[in-house]
Design a protein around this ligand. Structure first.
Ligand code: GRF
Length: 200
């Protein structure tokens, strides 16, 4: 049984999608061992509690980055976490944090990386006028929105879209993409050649 650790800061819809996939047996031999939020008011945390999951708040506000990261890493170790899924976790992990779990941290980003990294990716894509955007699940390395790509899903930008309708269609694909990526990583039948993740 593999232990997942979910880190979130907000709404938590990707966390819920992962939890639903686990409950439906779509991600075999895995469970959520802990959900950690850096914000006490994250709606995702309340959902985790309602679902009877081990839900922790490790507040980041006012805590030096290194101290906060150490507390989070220690909670992940205590819960014997094998794979960390960042699900709307609005904190940059320090290089030290990333080095504690090499190849074991995933993130989801609402654009087709390397386009539109960073904050407000949908707004960036919409304003740029791209006709296709999407989402990316990737390994986390020491640079923002940068590690090897595991799964991408494309989403057309419609003439009738605004940022909100576009974001909603991307989010539907995010929920599908994250489950796919976790399955691939837990199955372990892949290798990372430079930046390329290739299935074996
Ligand atoms: C998603 O758009 C995700 O791609 C980004 O943050 C958002 C989190 O949404 N990293 P949710 O909290 O999972 O609903």
């Amino acid at each position: 049984m593999k232990n997942l650790g979910i880190l979130l800061s907000g709404r938590g819809s990707n966390f819920v999608a992962i939890a639903d996939s686990l409950a439906a047996g779509c991600i075999p031999n895995a469970r959520i061992a802990v959900v950690i939020s850096n914000r006490a008011d994250a709606p995702g945390l309340e959902i985790a509690r309602q679902r009877g999951l081990n839900a922790l708040v490790i507040p980041s506000k006012g805590t030096p980055r290194e101290e906060h990261d150490r507390a989070v890493v220690s909670a992940l170790h205590q819960n014997k976490v094998d794979l960390i899924c960042l699900a709307g976790y609005m904190r940059l992990l320090s290089p030290w944090f990333v080095q504690q779990f090499p190849g074991k941290i995933l993130n989801i980003h609402p654009s087709l990386l390397p386009a539109f990294p960073g904050l407000e990716a949908h707004e960036q894509a919409f304003a740029y006028g791209v006709k296709v955007t999407g989402c990316t699940v990737h390994f986390v390395d020491e640079e923002l929105d940068h590690g090897a790509i595991i799964v991408q899903k494309s989403v057309p930008v419609l003439d009738s879209d605004d940022e909100h309708t576009l974001a909603a269609r991307i989010l539907e694909q995010e929920h599908i993409a994250y489950t796919e990526a976790i399955k691939i990583v837990l199955e372990g039948k892949f290798e990372v050649l430079g930046r390329r993740m290739v299935r074996k």
